[in-house]
Design a binder for this molecule. Structure first.
Ligand SMILES: O=C(O)CCC(=O)C(=O)O
Length: 290
C-alpha cells in the first residue's frame, strides 16, 4: 500500500468505522475570507447570465411564499457547481490538503463531480432551511459507492445550532433507502428518507471553519435550521475515484466530471472538464472505444 498523504491510520479506521471523519484544517484564514467574499459578490449579482440557474435562492423565496430579505445573502440557498462559471470558487476543488485527505480514502485518481457553496439563512429571516436525513448515493448513478465521498468544509464555525451536519455513525453500511420529496414546500433537491426522521445515535459534531469532514456516500446525514444570527456557509465537494464507472445512464449533465488528481481510465467515469491539464496526467479513451 502506498504511503498515506495526510491522514493517520486511526483517522482512516475512524472513517471506515463511522462513515465520516474530521480531517482537520484544509483552508487557511485567507482562503476562508476569500471564498466568503467571492460568494457574496456572486450572490449580489456578479455572475454571467448563463449561470442564472446555478444561483439558487431559498425555495420559499423562489416560490414567492415569503418576502425576499433585504440582504440577498440572507435569501440564497446555494451556488450549484460554481466551478462551471467562477474560477475563484472553482479553485476549491484543487485544495491540496483536502485532496491529500480524499486520496487517503478513495485512492490517488480523483474526480470531483459536484461542487456547492451552501448557506443557511440566519434565524432573524424566519426561513427554516432544513434538509432531512438522506444519503447522497441516492443521486449518484455510478459506483462503487465505497469510492464516493463528500467533503464538507464550513466557512463559519458550524454546530447543530447554526445548521451544521448531523450524522448517524455507522449508517454508511446501510443500503440506499427509498427517498421521497419532503412534506410541505417541494424541493426536488432535498429528497429525504421517511422512516429515519430521527435516530438515537445521531451526532452533531462541532466543526471549525476551514476544517473538513469527509463522509461516505451512504452515510445518513441532515442539516437543521440556523437558529443563530450569523451566517452558516459551507463549501462541499463530492468526489469519486476515477476508477468508478456508470451503473445506470446519466440523465443530465449536472455532474461535471473533473479530474482533479491522478488519471482517468478507459471505460470509467468520463472526464469532460479538465481544469488544469498541467496538474494531471490523463489518458483519453480513443474514439473507437466508445
Ligand atoms: O450543509 C448543508 O446545508 C447540506 C449539506 C447536505 O446535506 C448535502 O449537500 O447533501
Amino acid at each position: 500500500m502506498s504511503a498515506l498523504k495526510r491522514l493517520s491510520q486511526d483517522q482512516i479506521d475512524e472513517y471506515w468505522r463511522n462513515g465520516f471523519v474530521n480531517v482537520g484544517r484544509v483552508l487557511s484564514d485567507d482562503e476562508i475570507a476569500a471564498y466568503k467574499a467571492r460568494g457574496r459578490e456572486v450572490v449580489l449579482g456578479d455572475y454571467p447570465p448563463e449561470a442564472e440557474n446555478r444561483v439558487m435562492w431559498d425555495v420559499r423565496i423562489a416560490k414567492g411564499l415569503v418576502d425576499k430579505p433585504e440582504d440577498p445573502e440572507h435569501a440564497i440557498w446555494k451556488l450549484f457547481n460554481p466551478d462551471r462559471f467562477d474560477a475563484a470558487l472553482g479553485r476549491f476543488k484543487f485544495t491540496p490538503a483536502l485532496l491529500d485527505a480524499v486520496e487517503d480514502i478513495i485512492g490517488h485518481d480523483i474526480i470531483a463531480f459536484l461542487l456547492m457553496m451552501i448557506w443557511k439563512p440566519p434565524a432573524a429571516t424566519g426561513i427554516e432551511a432544513v434538509h432531512h436525513f438522506h444519503q447522497d448515493a441516492f443521486y449518484f448513478p455510478f459506483g462503487p459507492h465505497d469510492r464516493i465521498l463528500a467533503a464538507w468544509v464550513p466557512l463559519d464555525d458550524a454546530s447543530e445550532a447554526n445548521g451544521g451536519l448531523t450524522v448517524i455513525p455507522g449508517s454508511h453500511r446501510w443500503d440506499v433507502k427509498t427517498h421521497k420529496l419532503p412534506e410541505g414546500v417541494e424541493n426536488a433537491l432535498t429528497f429525504c428518507v421517511d422512516d429515519v426522521a430521527d435516530h438515537p445515535e445521531a451526532v452533531s459534531p462541532e466543526v471549525k471553519a476551514g476544517d473538513a469532514i469527509l463522509f461516505h456516500s451512504h452515510l445518513f446525514h441532515k442539516t437543521g435550521a440556523n437558529r443563530t444570527d450569523g451566517h452558516r456557509r459551507v463549501l462541499t465537494m463530492h468526489a469519486a475515484s476515477a476508477k468508478c464507472a456508470m451503473e445506470t445512464p446519466l440523465e443530465h449533465d449536472e455532474f461535471g466530471m473533473s479530474l482533479v488528481r491522478g488519471q482517468s481510465y478507459d471505460g470509467c467515469l468520463n472526464v469532460g472538464d479538465l481544469a488544469d491539464p498541467a496538474e494531471v496526467a490523463m489518458r483519453r479513451p480513443s474514439a473507437e472505444q466508445y
